[in-house]
Write a protein of this length. Structure first.
Length: 260
């Protein structure tokens, strides 16, 4: 799941005509040429609460992606990195009401590339139905579906793009600026050990470019989950980012829905 991108690869990814579009579409200040989305997966209770508090300290919205059934007693942990307690929808509704973005990360955190296409579709629909029933204000058409393990197939992506606003999967860390019709978002990640140095390198790469949208897949804090960061690092990182004139720190959905 390690993921790097060169400057040449990035320019090829975004294509002509997309640069400089975000500030005009979002109504942001012209200087905001870079977006950073820190995308926290799995919905660990302790880490999610701490993440929300840290983002609130800087008047920012966190981007938290949760497993629909992760809080249930019969949830089967799919790997050794999912042992920490997960939050429930009482918590997700509370964080949502506080201005954070809560998005789907699967029905049971299954790798969709290891099963028949119809089974993958059924699991995704079960996840979206669960969110519709349990997360206040949730609308699939305004949602970003965050693929478990950042794993998808072309056939699944083609179908999923008709069910949700967009989806996040594995690929380049730096995306084209948010624009109409943008369905596939790709993210970088690093693990299973601490990913702070890798994330710092990806942010440096972003800031060396004229414009770009960095989406980085994080999980828990202070040792929870795959590729964690420390809470103190997250505080320092957000302080540094908001002090950088060209940077906006935004959840993926908020960045994308503004240009639809």
């Amino acid at each position: 799941m390690n993921n790097d991108i060169t400057r040449r690869q990035f320019i090829g990814t975004i294509g002509a005509g997309v640069l400089s579009v975000l500030p005009r579409m979002l109504g942001a200040e012209p200087a905001k040429r870079h977006i950073v989305t820190l995308s926290f997966d799995d919905g660990f209770k302790k880490s999610s609460l701490m993440t929300a508090r840290i983002f609130e300290k800087y008047k920012l919205s966190a981007c938290i992606n949760v497993v629909a059934t992760g809080h249930l007693p019969d949830f089967k942990k799919p790997d050794e990195y999912q042992v920490a307690e997960k939050g429930d929808f009482a918590l997700w509704n509370e964080l949502n009401a506080r201005g954070h973005e809560v998005m789907p990360h699967g029905y049971k955190h299954a790798n969709k590339t290891t099963m028949p296409l119809q089974d993958a579709k059924d699991l995704i629909m079960s996840c979206l139905d669960w969110f519709s029933e349990n997360l206040k204000g949730f609308k699939a058409g305004e949602a970003i579906f965050n693929m478990p393990y950042n794993a998808s197939t072309p056939d699944l992506e083609a179908w999923l793009g008709t069910q949700v606003m967009a989806f996040r999967t594995g690929g380049a860390t730096i995306n084209a600026m948010p624009h109409q019709g943008q369905k596939k978002l790709t993210c970088g990640s690093f693990g299973p050990s601490n990913c702070e140095a890798h994330l710092d390198g990806q942010i440096k790469m972003l800031l060396d470019l004229p414009e770009g949208w960095l989406i980085y897949n994080l999980h828990g804090l202070d040792g929870e989950g795959w590729g964690p960061v420390s809470a103190s690092y997250l505080e320092r990182l957000l302080a540094r980012l908001i002090a950088t004139d060209s940077v906006s720190v935004l959840p993926a959905g908020k960045a994308l829905i503004a240009v639809q």
